[in-house]
Design a protein around this ligand. Structure first.
Ligand code: NZQ
Ligand code: ZN
Length: 385
């Protein structure tokens, strides 16, 4: 195990009915900006719940943050924060609203071109505090300091983070918010949480049994609960467990002191930029190919995954790995998520574009051993036609 520092300052308030208690968590004199997405919170009553809970506060609103939050939209919110002297941001939504709000919170006090925070890792020193009411379990953004922002004008989707300053001060996790999610968003969330876990687990052994077994607990829980959550929107026990698993999958706990991969995410982000495919769905396309093509570098962990997560004990090592890959793909299908480029009417033509975009952004040596080169990306995607 490598040395590490772990500090996660986000307070989690978990359970049905908790949104009503937000007012206890925000300074009384705060000038709050409530950020949200395209309107789902107005249809499902979450908007009303938040507004009621914050009646006593000075509250401004900024809606319209799109899925895969766009830089140009977020900059409008930055202007509003500056004009209205906003002192607290409350993000109400899924990963896109939370990520967008983290960027707003960072850009408000930034002097210069804020895109440099993403593209050039520009130095930042002052942040608006933010918190979240999560409406979609998937990304883990509710308990981490990272964000992914898109800019359609330049065809980029880039990540940044300034933890602990960009961690939500608190996040409200009310499983009842999931009732109105579409099957598509449910499936996306299950797959995203699963692949966050594998990105931090399926690398090479580092003698870190606690992290390994935490990761395996998350994977097994997602396999058990995911299909129930997917098919039974009213099942709050499934929603609770799914929500907590998704948060735990990317709050930094399972990556303490271990090698991490993240190549599937980098490739997936380009598929979103080029084809508009939902984040979780891009991962379901790439990941089976990643396991197959990178099986030599990941061999020991793949065998551990096959045995401990899927209970596969028969066959040669390669047969066990193949069975584990097939079962993982079946699992994605069981939550309604397709796993091939052809499921999106895409063929070979998209592969070259993904590779070019990765090169343009400098992502030419990805993965835990930096062995996922442009040639490997091509091989991985050819496996996914
Ligand atoms: O915009 P509204 O109208 O709110 O609708 C949203 C959106 O259309 C809808 N939705 C959310 N909660 C709902 C709901 N519909 C009905 N009922 C509810 N309770 O769902 C749609 C998708 O929302 P979005 O926030 O885009 O989804 P998700 O949470 O999957 O977030 C995806 C974004 O997070 C980034 C992704 O790259 C992508 O940009 N990620 C962030 C990470 C992080 N910060 O750590 C890590 C992830 O790997 C990921 O990259
Ligand atoms: Zn993800």
């Amino acid at each position: 195990m490598n040395n590490f520092t772990y500090h996660n300052p986000t307070k989690i308030i978990f359970g049905e009915g908790t949104i009503a208690t937000i007012s206890h968590e925000i300074p009384k004199d705060a000038r709050i900006l409530m950020t949200f997405g395209g309107g789902s919170i107005k249809e499902n009553g979450i908007y009303e719940q938040v507004k009621n809970a914050l009646k006593a506060f000075t509250l401004f609103e900024f809606g319209g943050i799109e899925a895969n939050p766009q830089y140009s939209t977020l900059m409008k919110a930055v202007d509003l924060c500056r004009t209205e002297n906003i002192s607290f941001i409350l993000a109400v939504g899924g990963g896109s609203v939370l990520d967008g709000s983290k960027f707003i919170a960072t850009a408000v006090f930034f002097e210069g071109e804020p895109w440099d925070i993403l593209e050039k890792n520009a130095k930042t020193s002052k942040f608006v505090p933010l918190a979240a009411v999560l409406t979609l379990p998937a990304t883990g953004s509710e308990m981490n300091g990272f964000a992914v922002i898109s800019r359609k004008e330049t065809g980029q989707k880039l990540a940044f983070g300034r933890p602990p300053f960009t961690n939500p001060k608190f996040s409200m996790l009310d499983p009842a918010v999931t009732k109105t999610l579409s099957p598509r968003q449910r499936g996306n969330g299950v797959v995203d949480a699963f692949i966050h876990t594998t990105e931090q687990y399926m690398t090479f052994p580092s003698n870190s049994p606690v992290q390994d077994r935490y990761a395996e607990a998350l994977l097994k829980t997602l396999i058990e609960v995911g299909p129930v959550y997917f098919t039974e929107p009213e099942n709050m026990e499934a929603a609770k467990n799914l929500m907590w698993a998704a948060t735990m999958a990317l709050n930094g706990i399972i990556s303490c002191g271990v090698p991490v991969d993240w190549a599937t995410h980098s490739i997936g982000h380009e598929l979103t930029v080029l084809q508009g495919i939902d984040h979780g769905r891009t991962l379901a396309i790439v990941w089976p190919g990643m396991m197959r093509v990178m099986r030599d570098t990941k061999r020991e962990k793949l065998l551990q995954f096959a045995c401990r997560v899927w209970g596969i004990t028969d066959g040669t090592d390669d047969e066990k790995i193949d069975t584990a890959i097939a079962k993982t793909e079946e699992f994605f299908h069981s939550v309604g998520v397709p796993t091939r480029l052809s499921d999106y009417q895409l063929g070979k033509e998209v592969i070259g574009k993904v590779v070019e975009n990765l090169k343009k952004n400098g992502f030419t040596a990805l993965g835990e051993k930096r062995l996922v080169t442009p040639e490997k990306v091509e091989e991985i995607l050819l496996d996914r036609l």
